[in-house]
Design a binder for this molecule. Structure first.
Ligand code: SF4
Length: 240
């Protein structure tokens, strides 16, 4: 796989596990709030980590780390996902894949081969707005994402369905509609993540006001069905 970044240690990205994070270069979405614009738009400007480096690191961390998060960018868009994951598994690690959900068949293939222990799946907006927000040009993108989520639910995969929230994109009415759509898929826990005002794809969002923590917690409380809020430091600030 084309890996362009490594976080050596995380307590929050693989629930309940000590993990490292590997970042795959490139993505088929262009979310305006994406805070990895270089990884998405110009992955080649960041050094590619060799397999030798990655697996030497993982070999050395055996017994210290429990899991590997494959994030990005979009890891499921890489044809080498299965082979790469098999090598990680051979070292005894658990694997979580963070995905935008656009490749349900790739996720199902990896899971069916016993290579996926947990998933993080983005649910970015209402089904009718999905193409506009993600600017991906993929037919029925909402249907593909919903298929990925349904796969996780029906196969009892540990899954964190999450949405990065900006006031300009996610009015309370939009969030209520999204909650209904997730309910229809059988999703209970849904994580609303505070927008991180860093370098992003659409700089205009940085200048627009978004929700305070208190406002977002208030909205989440009205959505019901275990809607929770993750603050900017990564920990939950509301857990219904
Ligand atoms: S799916 Fe994720 S990595 Fe891709 S553009 Fe959107 S936020 Fe960025």
């Amino acid at each position: 796989m084309d890996i362009r970044g490594l976080t050596k240690f995380s307590l929050i990205d693989f629930p309940g596990k000590l993990a490292c994070i590997l970042y795959a270069g490139g993505c088929n979405f262009r979310c305006p709030y994406c805070h990895n614009p270089h990884l998405v738009l110009n992955p080649e400007i960041q050094p590619r980590l060799s397999d030798q480096f990655i697996f030497s690191f993982l070999e050395n961390r055996r017994g210290k780390l429990e899991g590997v998060v494959l994030s990005g960018g979009e890891p499921s868009a890489h044809p080498g996902l299965v082979g790469f994951s098999e090598k990680i598994k051979a070292l005894g690690y658990l694997i979580k894949i963070d995905t935008n959900g656009s490749n349900p068949d790739a996720v199902a293939d990896a899971h069916g081969k016993g290579l996926v222990d947990a998933l993080g799946i983005d649910y970015k907006t209402t089904a009718s707005s999905y193409g506009d927000l993600t600017k991906c040009g993929i037919d029925d993108i909402a249907g593909l994402v919903r298929k990925t989520i349904s796969y996780a639910i029906s196969n009892n995969v540990s899954v964190d369905v999450r949405t990065t929230i900006h006031k300009k994109l996610h009015t309370p009415e939009v969030l209520m509609q999204m909650r209904g759509e997730l309910n229809s898929l059988g999703v209970a826990a849904w994580t609303l993540q505070q927008f991180h005002d860093a370098e992003i794809i659409d700089d205009s969002l940085s200048g627009d006001p978004t929700y305070s923590d208190a406002e977002l917690i208030g909205i989440a409380g009205g959505l019901g069905n275990h809607t929770r809020v993750r603050g900017l430091k990564g920990s939950f600030i509301f857990n219904s």
